[in-house]
Design a protein around this ligand. Sequence first.
Ligand SMILES: C[S@@+](CC[C@H](N)C(=O)[O-])C[C@H]1O[C@@H](n2cnc3c(N)ncnc32)[C@H](O)[C@@H]1O
Length: 407
Amino acid sequence: MIAHNALLSQLDTLLVQSRELWQVKAFNCDALPWQERFPHLAECVWSLDDCELDNIDKVQADLLAYLLPALKADLADLGLEWRLELLDIKAPSTQTHQSEVIGQQDAGHFSAGIKGRKWAQINAFTQQIDNGQSEVLEWCAGKGHLGRLIAKAYDRQVVSLEWQQGLCEAGEVFAKQWQLPQRFICADAFDAQQSELKVEQQAVALHACGDLHVRLLHLATKAGTRDIAISPCCYHLIQAQEYQAMSRLGIKSELRLTRHDLQLPLQQSTIANEKQLSLRHKEIAWRLGFDCLQRDVREVSQYLPIPSIKQSQLSGEFAAFCVWAAEQKAVTLPKVVDFEHFLHLGIERQKLTRRVDLVAHLFRAVFEHWLLLDRVCFLEEQGYQVSLEVFCDNAITPRNSLIKAKR
Ligand SMILES: C[S@@+](CC[C@H](N)C(=O)[O-])C[C@H]1O[C@@H](n2cnc3c(N)ncnc32)[C@H](O)[C@@H]1O
């Protein structure tokens, strides 16, 4: 098997080579930004109708099957050789059992009030935790659902760290009721004094966003914590303007990643419902339509983000939406506006942005793997033995990678 740092280096090369295809802000484009160099790819995305596009985007294998021949043709014309087989990269899957880690009856009580998919994640994650002896530190625990299940399943001492008092209290009530060896620390994860990380401990984090899991990795490696298991998510939720790489290779990389870039792995539509999907498309077309209008009125060729909208606004008229958006952004609209014209422009721009995004999505898996390996290699550099696996099905959560480190 290829070493993690060698794989990180290969992914890095591919991502640097392909930057123009994935490091793009679709809503700023007025044409496919790479169409001159990649004409086959441009033709391929324009030949798709909008419904096909949604379906292809949902499954990475379909996306690759549809777009790769065109990309390969363009690369051949350009005389470039990229390692496109990496686009299909997946972490190995661990064999988790579908069954509950605790008895059916207890599982009924423990899962009450937790959404089905969340419970499935917690159950699968718990199956990946060794039945060890050491205390478990649950990082950014929420109500401590994961810690609670670990405490119950393995009778292990669990400390759950969470900064929202209400969530800690709710977790404490449950732990007391079930006489579980779980206690809560109501503290800020950024306050090193209160984090209670130790050597003889297993630190776990399920979906601690961006900086939060990075913080755990820094504190745990500093404390020499023997065992770490994290499932990262929301890579873009960081304080810094740019991604701060962790591993030596990551730091040396030519990639400079903005928060916008870091959202790429999360751009996989999980909207299953057709009605919700068509509302989402309508909202984007309206936002872009308003954007064309504001550019015209302000004579500024720059995207102007507007706040979130209520779904009910979408059942009204586009003109009313524009008036509302103009008020939010203090844009003075002229007395007479051809709203139909701007709606049409919005729909056209939406078609374009969806095609720009579709091509960027080719690199979604590689990019997330790069981010995961940056963490894995950092841990290896700190003397840990590290594995990277998939701990549950993609349908349960697309953020299904698990990094396990021991020393
Ligand atoms: C995405 S939730 C994950 C909760 C839980 N691990 C789960 O998977 O259900 C992130 C949690 O981190 C907590 N959190 C955010 N910032 C924090 C901080 N600075 N210190 C401690 N907890 C924090 C939030 O209150 C929230 O409960």
